[in-house]
Design a protein around this ligand. Sequence first.
Ligand SMILES: [Cu+2]
Length: 321
Amino acid sequence: MNSATRLGAYAVGLAVVFGGAAGVGKIVGPVGGTAEMASHDGGGGHGGAGGEHGAGGHESAASHTPGGLQVSEDGFTLAPQRTVLSPGKKTEFRFTINGPDGKPVTGFKPLHGKLLHLIVARRDLSGFQHLHPTQLGGGVWTVPITLAKPGAYRFFTDIQPDGAKRQLTLGADVFAPGDLKPAPLPEPEQVAKVDGYEVRLTGGLTPGKSTELTLTVSKDGEPVNDLEPYLEAYGHLVALRQGDLAYLHVHPDGEPGDGETKPGPGITFFAEAPSSGAYRLYLDFKHDGKVRTAEFTVHAGHVPVQEQEPEQGHGDEPHTH
Ligand SMILES: [Cu+2]
């Protein structure tokens, strides 16, 4: 295994990048005051992240519960009409967001141009999808979805229902029965390739701090300077923590039409890692009329090395690329 050396090299790279970015630090954390709920998460703890700060009462960002870990928050509940979907088969997935009175909420405040964002990932951080369900009336949402492979999936809704004081990310488990083959989390890389595009990541994540991340898009070696607006930004970034799929709060730096933000090649975000650990980043960007997703693994702070199951895939052979 050469992963230790690779990680070492990566850490040096990050440190260099960080030297440049130090001091930029716009603080974004909009939320406070949920510290009393922090004791609810982190119970199991073999996720490898380690060092989650509990309800210490500090003002630091790490002291409130990250989004996506709860199916119900501030009185609002994500209620799927079914939680078992056949793998590989397109299915209409329906759900409601129920309010404190138990009834489906019908009014939502738009976030990034949509009333509701549905983010889907399998528990091993593979199978990412970002969808926009439609309303059927009576507070029922629907979206056609295919869960490609068997496994346990986390469904997240990004919403601000009428009556809620803030934006909420509610998360529920949905299952695709069958023979599960967990995918190991790819090692950190600073370049992701998708559909002929190359996306380079600069910056990183620091536990408990808001940090800057810039993703630079190129195609055939040329910078892409004409990204198209997608969800009122030139890119949409989702970040999930390995081990519990905590959903990070990410803000784009600037938006199309503000007179400053350019349509690429770089897209800048501020993200806050609630703890040390491994995270998977998913960047949606739009070019030539199509939305694509570039994925990265990023480590925040110290990340314990995990052993791979020997019989899994080509586990015996070291990775050479
Ligand atoms: Cu969305």
